[in-house]
Write a protein that binds this ligand. Structure first.
Ligand code: DX5
Ligand code: ZN
Length: 229
């Protein structure tokens, strides 16, 4: 695992999700949040099976890798795909610094985690809102990040699920201080501070950043909100 990625995930980070970006101007939009200070760029991969939409694959990761690297940033790839073990190598080779897959998407969570680790990327395991936190307990020692979904995966712009706050506390209790706790879905200046208080340290935001007129300013507004909390 790269020193850069583990160092970045150890801090408090707001991570812009390109899902809500204008893909016709992707490089420019990513440049705006990098200039504003973002160092963890979140890439949502959907396969039309695990979740209904289809988004992007390794080619887009490859297309952003150099831009991220030059800025000292990392690419955080969130796989919402079935049987992620069949695809993690392609994403790491394309430039993913961390790969997060869903515990619900494979019977081989520990195996997939070890594949990602052996490929040299940080390992993340995600759980859906309806999945008990116990899904993380047997692999907590083998991962770098636990992603507690705060909406049902598949779409940007959904409302934050309030009872996630209690779940974040329980995720943090299971994984301890060494593992990053990421939240994803409905994260904005009004919801992020409570997530931080509950134990999250990586805050993914899509529509709150790229849905705004000025993505850089919107990034900073969330960063200020979590730092102040
Ligand atoms: C949803 C994705 C998110 C998405 C969040 O399944 O995993 O990363 O971009 O979008 P917002 O921040 O708009 O809820
Ligand atoms: Zn995501």
């Amino acid at each position: 695992m790269s020193d850069l990625a583990s160092e970045l995930l150890a801090g408090v980070r707001v991570s812009p999700s390109i899902l809500s970006a204008d893909f016709g101007r992707l490089r420019e939009q990513v440049g705006e949040v990098l200039d504003a200070g973002a160092r963890v760029i979140h890439v949502d991969v959907m396969d039309g099976h695990f979740v209904p939409p289809i988004t992007v694959g390794p080619l887009v990761v490859d297309g952003l890798a150099e831009q991220a690297r030059e800025a000292g940033a990392m690419l955080d790839v969130h796989l919402m795909i079935e049987r992620p073990e069949r695809h993690v190598e392609d994403f790491v080779k394309a430039g993913a610094d961390s790969v997060t897959f869903h515990a619900e998407a494979t019977p081989h969570v520990a195996y997939t985690a070890s594949l990602v680790r052996d490929l040299g990327a940080c390992v993340g395991v995600a759980i859906n809102p309806g999945t008990p936190v116990g899904a993380l307990s047997e692999v907590a020692g083998a991962i770098d990040m636990a992603l507690c979904m705060t909406v049902n995966p598949g779409w940007g712009g959904q409302a934050f699920i309030e009872h996630s706050l209690d779940k974040i506390l329980r995720v943090r209790a299971i994984v301890g201080d060494r593992v990053a706790v990421q939240v994803d879905g409905g994260v904005a200046p009004d919801t992020a501070p409570a997530c931080r208080s509950a134990g999250a340290n990586v805050f993914v935001a899509g529509s709150a950043i790229f849905g705004a007129e000025d993505p850089g300013e919107a990034y900073r507004a969330i960063a200020v909100a979590v730092q102040a909390s």
